[in-house]
Design a protein around this ligand. Structure first.
Ligand SMILES: Cc1ncc(COP(=O)(O)O)c(C=O)c1O
Length: 467
């Protein structure tokens, strides 16, 4: 039976049922239409003659099928009113699983969770002006299908910006625009996971090793100490994912000796380094530590994002690849579409070229440095038993408290009961029970006007707890 559209009143698409007899096919198609709700209760069916004509089958075949469905309770036949769809027992409501949240949505009260820049500082005026510029100047061809690597304009602007601001050595054709670091990591995991295990720091953002495992790859965890990744614990992994500028979450910087060691590991074993430079623009006390990529552009896959400099909602990030990985990346990810809206890419390119991104980052750096200093002063004054670390860079610091990881849940609950939201560090460890008792303080998260009160609320509550 071919797919058919009946001509009666409302159209009904009866899916062809390969392998079933004509009658069984009609029964099945009507049954499914009733079950799925496409034919609601009370719907009047056409006469068997019309239906047979529409379907191109003998009338007797249709009659038998309809009688069968009446017998099964899907249809009802009433004198002088023809055949209608019978009322069906209510189907259980579909279970809707909400999409998993990578990071939690904004909360009421004191929000000092890590991972956010100050969203109130979004450069709205500059973004609007750049959007206007793009809409006035971009040729129509810019709005068509573009290179999967991303808009050439943005890749050119980034090559210059990353070289200047982060010491990245590259050219536009080595850059791939991604929908956030999470997307970038998915692409590189797809490429490396087929070559061997992928190493992640321990502690690390737990979603990242889980993503590799979800993609069917082996994720290994490598400890981090005060000098960063313990390189000697690496072996034959295909890639090691690191956060050298400001380890997430501990906040330490990969020491010069470890950088050399890590690059030697990559050269010796043929492994690659994935450098997650998520907050590399924010360094407060001295010159930013340049990207590791500058030391070994042939062994490092560099990843950057706008999630800390501008806003995570933009979903705008980039990979800088060694030349030898360009073809493998496209081969491993050939079913991936380009995921970033071209207008946003052109807007960001314009903001980089006209210096607005630099100005915005400088303003934010000044603001976050002041907040970090206030945090340090408050801890010194009110929490002498605590120790603040990871403060040289980034948007969060680690507040180590006396006690053990077993006390973390109760502490977080107590703070949450007072509408103070921070994260504990234990969930970032592969073995949470071995974690110290420490909180991540995302001092960039509140709006500027709210920061002072947020900080006092946190510190005063902790002073009671640790007293
Ligand atoms: C370690 C780390 N890297 C990168 C990012 C940025 O991720 P995305 O660009 O997907 O927002 C985050 C976000 O919180 C992070 O914690």
């Amino acid at each position: 039976m071919a797919d058919q559209w009946s001509r009666w009143g409302l159209d009904l698409h009866l899916q062809s049922q390969a392998g079933r007899g004509l009658r069984a096919g009609i029964e099945y198609a009507l049954r499914e239409a009733v079950r799925s709700g496409r034919l609601p209760a009370g719907t009047r069916l056409p006469s068997s003659r019309t239906l047979a004509g529409d379907l191109g089958v003998a009338r007797g075949t249709v009659t038998q099928a309809l009688e069968q469905l009446v017998a099964e309770g899907y249809l009802e036949s009433r004198p002088r009113s023809g055949i209608r769809v019978a009322p069906q027992p209510a189907a259980p409501p579909p279970t809707i699983t909400p999409p998993p949240q990578a990071t939690l949505p904004p909360l009421r009260g004191v929000d000092l969770r890590s991972g956010f820049p100050d969203l109130a500082a979004f450069p709205r005026r500059a973004w609007l002006a750049a959007t206007r510029h793009v809409m006035q100047t971009a040729p129509n061809t810019a709005l068509g299908y573009r290179d999967r690597a991303g808009a050439a304009e943005l890749r050119h602007a980034l090559a210059e910006y990353l070289g200047r601001a982060r010491g990245v050595v590259t050219t536009p054709d080595h850059i791939v625009i991604c929908a956030g670091y999470a997307h970038a990591l998915r692409l590189v995991s797809q490429m490396f996971g087929h070559r061997g295990a992928i190493a992640f720091e321990d502690p690390a953002e737990p979603g990242y090793p889980r993503l590799a495992v979800h993609l069917g790859h082996e994720a290994r965890r490598i400890p981090v100490d005060r000098d960063g990744l313990l390189v000697e614990a690496l072996s034959d992994e295909a890639a090691a994912v690191v956060t050298p500028a400001h380890q997430y979450p501990l906040g330490v910087t990969l020491s010069p000796a470890r950088r050399v060691e890590l690059v030697s590991w990559a050269r010796r074993t043929g492994g690659f380094i994935v450098e997650d430079d998520y907050d590399g623009e924010f360094r407060y006390d001295r010159q930013p530590v340049g990207a590791l990529q500058g030391m070994a552009p042939d062994r490092v896959v560099y990843a950057g994002t706008t999630s800390k400099t501008i806003a995570p909602g933009l979903r705008l990030a980039w990979l800088v690849l060694p030349g030898s990985l360009l073809t493998p990346l496209w081969e491993a990810t050939r079913w991936e579409e380009s995921c970033v809206n071209v207008i946003d890419q052109l807007v960001l390119a314009h903001l980089i070229e006209n210096g607005e991104l630099d100005r915005h980052v400088r303003r934010c750096r000044t603001r976050y440095r002041r907040r970090r200093d206030l945090l340090g002063q408050a801890v010194t004054r009110r929490l002498p038993q605590a120790r603040l670390s990871g403060v040289a860079a980034g948007l969060h610091a680690v507040l180590r408290l006396p006690g053990t990881a077993a006390q973390e849940r109760a502490l977080l609950d107590r703070l949450a009961a007072r509408d103070i939201h921070v994260e504990g560090i234990s969930s970032f460890y592969h073995r949470p029970e071995e974690s110290p008792l420490a909180l991540l303080i995302g001092y960039a998260t509140p709006a500027d006007h709210a920061y002072g009160n947020a900080l006092s609320a946190l510190v005063e509550e902790l002073a009671i707890v640790v007293a």
